[in-house]
Design a protein around this ligand. Sequence first.
Ligand code: APR
Ligand code: ZN
Length: 398
Amino acid sequence: MAVAEGANENLNPNETKGKIITCKAAVAYGPGKPLVVEHVLVDPPQKMEVRIKILYTSICHTDLSAWQGKNEAQHAYPRILGHEASGIVESVGEGVCDMKEGDFVVPIFNGECGDCGYCKCEQTNKCERFGVDGMKKVMVNDGATRFSTVDGKPIYHFLNTSTFTEYTVVDSACVVKIHFDGDGDLNPYIKKLTLLSCGVSTGVGAAWNIANVHSASTVAVFGLGAVGLAVAEGARARGASKIIGVDINPDKFIKGRAMGITDFINPVDEEKPVYERIREITDGGVHYSFECAGNLNVLRDAFLSAHEGWGLTVLLGIHPSPEMLPIHPMELFTGRRIVGSVFGGFKGKTQLPHFAQKCMHGVVKLDDFITHELPFEEINKAFDLLVAGKSLRSLLHF
Ligand code: APR
Ligand code: ZN
């Protein structure tokens, strides 16, 4: 197959279509090892696949956990991590009708084929073939990878997306076309729309689609990373009267205040359990609590801070295996409920374009989530910033 050499410099799709592209990517070679920015080969898209030129990609805690090798299922190397991005379609494979080269898109790690029993059911955003799957490392079509090293070794995929690369190939079920349906153009929004690929949709969606936060309700958010702050922003947009933010890092409170959080609790400063404190200030507990830290003790606090009879806890954090829920079955007789949430309950292909319009019209404010912008080559620095708790989202550009 022909190779389009020396990517990076805005390749013309007329010259790259149907050819292997050589481009820059950040390759993970082992748990905790610095990512290696090097040239890789990217195959053309096959049937129902799309090749995307990534414009921006950012780092989410799930990339961090995968990079650290916290979950055994994630041990597949070499691998291209990354799942939060935005880009332009470079070319499409046979049968792709809902997008074409030049379209602005965001990849989604939780796809929507539109055909399976789950996709046809309104109550779930699960998809049989393209749902989020930490074990998956190859393409569905042929069980092979579309990435390889320059000396021909396969490089594995990650979370249906693999965005730490200048070009990626994804199933069309995992790509959403976004356009601006008001006056004006999309360009001023492109950076911010990157966040819809994971963090903001996950958080705002959990508040809107899963909890259905109502006006004047009380909310507690545990873990104020981008995901937790997106929950808070979603709750603010719904008119919640009290939004309590819980985090062990007081730096997060500064940002949180600007994003609608009304009360803060730092567990380190508390003598009594956090849930007791929350019950005190909310007349018995919150309507909705959200676990966005990926910590079992935090999950228990979140559960117990919800009001008896009607309180609902939504789980967003990724918890390492093989832990079990820290809740005795009888505790559910209090009427407190708990539910998990993937990608904020959004059916990506059908519902994200509408959510994007709301974001572009200012219903949800996205400005404060991007704390750093760095060239792609500085990706390891962006990981360091997240580990140190200094960033919400670092946007990497090519
Ligand atoms: N109590 C309260 N807050 C905590 C605790 C704790 N014990 N441990 C960690 N946190 C806070 C961190 O200080 C940080 O502010 O949780 C926040 C997590 O934020 P990020 O690391 O920025 O992660 P984010 O990308 O927001 O993802 C949050 O959702 O999608 C999942 O895998 C993801 O589990 C992760 C979670
Ligand atoms: Zn993510």
